[in-house]
Ligand binder design. Structure first.
Ligand SMILES: [Zn+2]
Length: 490
């Protein structure tokens, strides 16, 4: 909650609800004493909630447009700013660290710049917002009436196939990672190009991909399966020891988009204990809109216009023209189609709640990353309309609070507890894994210390020629390598 008793906010929101619940016709009585408006029960639910949204692409606006969260944004340009956050009573946002595949060769650098841009915003507005890294941090910010900013990486390619970079991203505050974006990377398949025969696929994830999931569990970074292929999803569920999330995914049963989740996938989420945060994008929540927006002729024309723009506006330093620069073109094309009704979004929330269960559904707006939103949802300020619609469908206060953020908070706490358990187990376990060795090297443990640990615990892996080459490249002493061979345990 941002401002519990903001009068301006109260009247704004009650105006909204009054407009949709017209009061019974009554003659105005000038003589009647002024009375306080009766508290709206729906508004009361919304204002009492700790609301968490798990996906917004605003960091690109911070970085590429020098956008300040304190400025007032026309909804045609952006969905999120601090005033709108207050109006919508958003408690926490996961800002997406989305690295466009065009940044090949510089993925981690681009990610770090986006991460810095989020910290910069928090530094500029310390009275209104704060960085947060845990469920407790979110709750604490909420108690202080401050907006909590968190970060999730969108697209596993950002770690550049390097487990040490994954750990570095955790250290600088990243708390979830979407295993893939729309592009298959070198260790996990994406739903975005799974039909493309020119892309090398892995039938899910490679061994390294499994290790990434395990290391995320150990670190306490939430495994996010939005965007991944179906095979990657099921494999991630098998490997992960902690609940996973879909940070911004909707239902494929209702809207036939390959990156939406089938009912079978939703049911698997129930068993996993995770949560599906429903995406608000028109093309993911409304079948008519999806069909209209994927008209091949129109898509071709739009893409050609985007490409022409990129050619005409190259960056002097050779860096890629970013999504934000061409978003205007995409928005203009999107505006030609009528927006779907709010009902379509509520149908998706309702469907996930029914199939996966009320404990496994939440909100993953995709604000500032999509070109069309359903009617009535122009920005984060309109979140109360979702609460109202759920209430009208018969959802109870307790159920609504779960959807708005309670379910996510539970999952985040479970992920943190799993990490704590795994870290403790690992400390106690006898033999060191190759991962342990890599972790120590990444943490710049000296050769002599490495030797002590290896002699103490032994290792549980075969020192294959590949591993030997890798460790040598990391300047591990020959004597340490010999010790690994000698202390190998069954
Ligand atoms: Zn996305």
């Amino acid at each position: 909650m941002i401002l519990k008793h903001s009068l301006a906010c109260f009247f704004l929101l009650s105006g909204l609800t009054l407009a949709q619940h017209p009061a019974p016709h009554k003659k105005p009585d000038r003589a009647a004493p002024a009375t306080r408006p009766k508290a709206d029960p729906v508004l009361a639910i919304h204002q009492s909630a700790l609301i968490v949204d798990t996906h917004a692409d605003t960091p690109q606006r911070f970085l590429d447009e020098n956008f300040d969260l304190g400025s007032n944004t026309p909804v045609t340009e952006g969905h999120i700013d601090l005033d709108k956050i207050k109006q919508g009573n958003l408690g926490a946002e996961f800002f997406s660290i989305w690295v466009e595949p065009e940044f090949k060769g510089h993925y981690a650098q681009r990610a770090m710049e986006l991460i810095d841009s989020v910290y910069q915003q928090a530094a500029r507005h310390p009275d209104k917002m704060t960085m947060a890294f845990s469920a407790d941090d979110i709750a604490h910010a909420h108690d202080q009436h401050k907006f909590a900013a968190l970060m999730g990486i969108e697209g596993g390619h950002a770690i550049e196939n390097d487990m040490r970079l994954l750990r570095d991203f955790y250290r600088v505050g990243v708390r979830y990672m979407t295993l893939t974006w729309s592009n298959t990377n070198e260790w996990a398949d994406s739903s975005g190009d799974i039909q493309d025969p020119n892309v090398k696929h892995h039938n899910g994830m490679t061994d390294f991909g499994n290790d990434v999931v395990r290391e995320m569990n150990r670190l306490g970074m939430i495994v996010d399966i939005s965007h991944v292929s179906d095979a990657t999803y099921y494999q991630a569920l098998l490997v992960s020891q902690a609940p996973v999330i879909a940070s911004h995914s909707s239902s494929r049963e209702l809207t036939n988009q390959p990156r939406n989740m089938t009912d079978d996938m939703l049911r698997a989420m129930t068993n996993n204990g995770g949560v599906v945060m429903v995406n608000f994008y028109s093309a993911f929540i409304d079948e008519n809109y999806r069909k209209a927006s994927s008209d091949p002729e129109k898509v071709k024309q739009r893409d050609a216009e985007v490409e022409a723009y990129k050619k005409a506006h190259p960056h002097p330093d050779g860096s890629p023209v970013t999504y934000d620069e061409t978003a205007g073109i995409e928005k203009r094309w999107a505006a030609q189609l009528p927006r779907p009704p709010l009902k379509s979004l509520i149908d998706h929330i309702d469907h996930v709640a029914k199939v996966a269960g009320i404990d496994h559904v939440g909100l993953g707006s995709d604000f500032d990353g999509v070109t069309s939103l359903p009617e009535g949802i122009d920005s984060v300020a309109d979140l109360p309309k979702i609460t109202q619609a759920l209430y009208q469908r018969g959802y109870t206060r307790e159920q609504i609070l779960k959807i708005l953020g309670g379910n996510f908070m539970r999952v985040m706490r479970e992920v943190e507890a799993t990490a704590k358990r795994l870290q403790a187990e690992r400390k106690e376990s006898d033999a060191l894994s190759f991962e342990d060795i890599e972790l120590m090297i990444g943490n710049r443990v000296s050769s002599s210390q490495l030797m002590v640990r290896i002699r103490q615990h032994g290792v549980n892996f075969e020192l294959t020629p590949e591993r030997r080459t890798q460790l040598k490249a990391e300047k591990v002493d020959e004597s340490v390598l010999d010790a690994m061979v000698k202390t190998k345990k069954k």
